[in-house]
Design a protein around this ligand. Structure first.
Ligand code: G1P
Length: 310
């Protein structure tokens, strides 16, 4: 078991998924590169890592993921052309995408699930606690989550998951945690985890969202974890083993997140994320909100007999 320590130096971002829910857009473009307003989704995630003080990122990629490497690399010709035109605003945006973190890449090879993707990080991570961020979940930078999880891991040791209360009807879409209180308002002890429970079998309405700080003991557990739901090696199943036996890699705690989270995992959620983030933007928010209000008002008669549109 790892003794509690402050600071996490490495983050792992699984990015090997096929993005089938966005075909044909993702036929030749990684889903992580789909723009959310004017930045690819993956850039929000890398910026979140850096905001939490972590400067070493390992992306677990697969075939067709080379645009990710290009995006975070320098583009000298483009920078030179923008400088030449005096377009310093865009130049700053392009340079911002050249990450302040060192980004490493490893290919997953066989798509055998999230747990297997995380296991591919073992040689890079070594024997220290590390963060995992799933690219489908975007966390608003005004509601920092990862840095709180790093602090909780330093305090309690072991592993930390991010939990969010969701409607009962939604819990089957997530890993779900049975929990009890710790005396800290936003920290719960995780007793048990179930990946995507069937209706009526969820032990709570606490959903695991895509941020983790993990004890390296998870690697040995993952190496022994049989494929679970969907025939894939599930990270949740490995965490369940850690939660059930704290002598393996310390306890599992959950940080309850009540901030703004945007899901880009399916088309409807992605559209919501783009609209919400565009509304919040300083440079675009005012005119976009005004147009949106007019558009919705003008469209209302079409919906009059239906449920209120979301
Ligand atoms: C994954 C995890 C699940 C977690 C979810 C968070 O599922 O397996 O436990 O709740 O991410 O977004 P996925 O959404 O990739 O199917």
């Amino acid at each position: 078991m790892t003794t509690p320590r402050r600071g996490i130096s490495k983050a792992v971002i699984p990015a090997a998924g096929l993005g089938t829910r966005f075909l044909p857009a993702t036929k030749a473009t990684p889903k992580e590169m789909l723009p959310v307003v004017d930045r690819p989704a993956i850039q929000y995630v890398v910026e979140e890592v850096v905001d939490a003080g972590i400067h070493d990122v390992l992306m677990i990629t697969g075939r067709n993921k080379r645009p990710l490497e290009d995006h975070f690399d320098r583009n000298w010709e483009l920078e030179e052309a923008l400088r030449h035109k005096g377009d310093l605003g865009r130049l700053a945006q392009v340079q911002r995408a050249t990450s302040p973190a060192a980004i490493h890449y490893v290919r997953q090879g066989d798509p055998r699930g999230l747990g297997h993707a995380v296991l591919c990080a073992a040689p890079h991570v070594g024997n220290e606690p590390f963060a995992v961020l799933l690219g489908d979940d975007l966390i608003d930078p005004r509601d920092p989550l990862l840095s709180r999880m790093v602090d909780v891991q330093a305090e309690h040791g072991g592993s930390v998951v991010a939990l969010m209360e969701v409607d009962e009807s939604q819990i089957g879409l997530y890993g779900c945690a049975a929990v009890h209180g710790t005396g800290q308002a936003d920290v719960l002890r995780v007793d048990r985890l179930v990946e995507k429970p069937a209706p009526g079998e969820a032990p709570s309405n606490y959903a695991v969202i895509g941020r983790y700080v993990l004890d390296p003991a998870v690697f040995d557990v993952l190496a022994r974890t049989e494929p679970g739901r969907g025939g894939e090696v599930q990270l949740t199943d490995a965490l369940q083993q850690l939660a059930a036996d704290p002598s393996i890699g310390g306890p599992v705690h959950g940080v309850v997140f009540r901030g703004r989270r945007y899901d880009t995992g399916d088309r409807l959620e992605y559209l919501r994320a783009v609209v919400q983030l565009a509304c919040e933007r300083e440079d675009l928010g005012d005119p976009f909100r005004r147009w949106l209000q007019e558009y919705v008002t003008a469209s209302m008669p079409f919906y009059a007999d239906d449920a209120v549109p979301v």
